[in-house]
Design a protein around this ligand. Structure first.
Ligand code: UDP
Ligand code: MN
Length: 301
């Protein structure tokens, strides 16, 4: 009998998008909180990949150096040719973009909002597991603990992702829901197909590469057919793709506990969903990562 031997964790590959940051002090501060708090708790060296324009990458370098220095953290910066990455990505996702975006997606750089969907195709095969993070997070735990969620994947899972903490997809799928009474589509935890938030992603790039199912879904034809089946129109980029796909193929996704992506945005609370809002928003237990989405302030820890 083959045993699942956990390899000792020597390094964690972390990708963060940080673009158009030069004249955006608020974004710079959020990014600083994200990396500062990540280093504060990290017990394993981190390889950091920053996705952004050259000016933003320079800013990121300085912020990261300062934050890591505070805690004497081990890290390496990995440089990617973002221009080239965006072009490759654009070719893969351009025909899927219109289903998940307001914008026509004329620029190569727009494709970067869909990076997580096709990262397995644009990064070298030597990179097997990646944690992809938003730049508006605050860690309250060791990222090595988050990495351990990879070990909980079942055989079909290609990525780990937390549920969306608001009734966003209850709303998006409302037409489907009225036509299919009793559906789990858009229902709250613990039994619903709630839809996802992409602020914290565990991407098993090896599984994503080898999964025939996943790659067959990552095509314009498949996306078109799913959007028709579920009367879907989105504008939230990659998380719309993962959420839509999960309605038909939930076994591709390992659901991260809400404590690893505790979204704080409450925009939907007073938009007609008062009676059900807390079914989605509730998250019990020690919060490991706070996510200040829709510009919500993060707690002082
Ligand atoms: N982002 C960026 N530059 C921008 C806007 C967004 O680099 O001008 C990146 C950043 O990593 C950010 C992510 O895109 O965390 C998603 O945006 P945001 O977190 O603001 O969306 P929300 O979580 O509020 O939906
Ligand atoms: Mn965010």
């Amino acid at each position: 009998v083959e045993k699942d031997v956990k390899k000792k964790l020597y390094n964690i590959d972390v990708i963060i998008t940080f673009s158009k940051a030069k004249d955006n002090r608020a974004l710079q501060q959020k990014f600083e909180v994200t990396v500062d708090s990540m280093f504060k708790w990290a017990t394993v060296p981190i390889s950091l990949y920053i996705i952004g324009d050259d000016e933003s990458k320079d800013l990121a370098d300085r912020i990261i150096e300062g934050a890591a220095g505070k805690y004497n953290s081990k890290y390496t910066m990995v440089s990617l040719d973002v221009e080239n990455l965006a072009k490759e990505l654009h070719e893969i996702v351009k025909e899927m973009q219109p289903y998940f975006s307001y914008k026509p997606g004329a620029y190569y750089s727009d494709a970067l909002f869909f990076l997580s969907m096709a990262l397995h195709q644009v990064l070298p095969d030597s990179i097997t597991n990646v944690i992809m993070l938003d730049a508006d997070l605050k860690f309250n735990a060791d990222i090595a603990k988050l990495y351990e969620e990879f070990y909980k994947f079942s055989d079909d899972n290609v990525m780990g992702i937390a549920r969306e903490n608001q009734p966003v997809y209850r709303h998006t799928f409302s037409l489907y829901r009225t036509r299919h009474h009793g559906t789990r589509v858009g229902d709250p935890p613990p039994n619903g197909l709630t839809g996802f938030n992409s602020g914290v992603l565990l991407l098993d790039l090896e599984r994503m590469r080898s999964s025939e199912r996943y790659n067959s879904l990552l095509t314009a034809a498949s996306v078109k057919s799913l959007t028709t089946e579920f009367s879907f129109k989105g504008h939230l980029g990659d998380q719309d793709f993962f959420s839509l796909v999960s309605m038909a193929h939930e076994n591709l996704f390992h659901i991260l506990p809400c404590t690893w992506n505790r979204q704080l945005c409450e925009w939907w609370r007073d938009k007609g969903y008062q009676d059900v809002f807390d079914l989605y928003f509730k998250c019990e237990g020690h919060i490991n990562i706070y996510h200040g989405n829709c510009n919500t302030a993060l707690p002082v820890l």
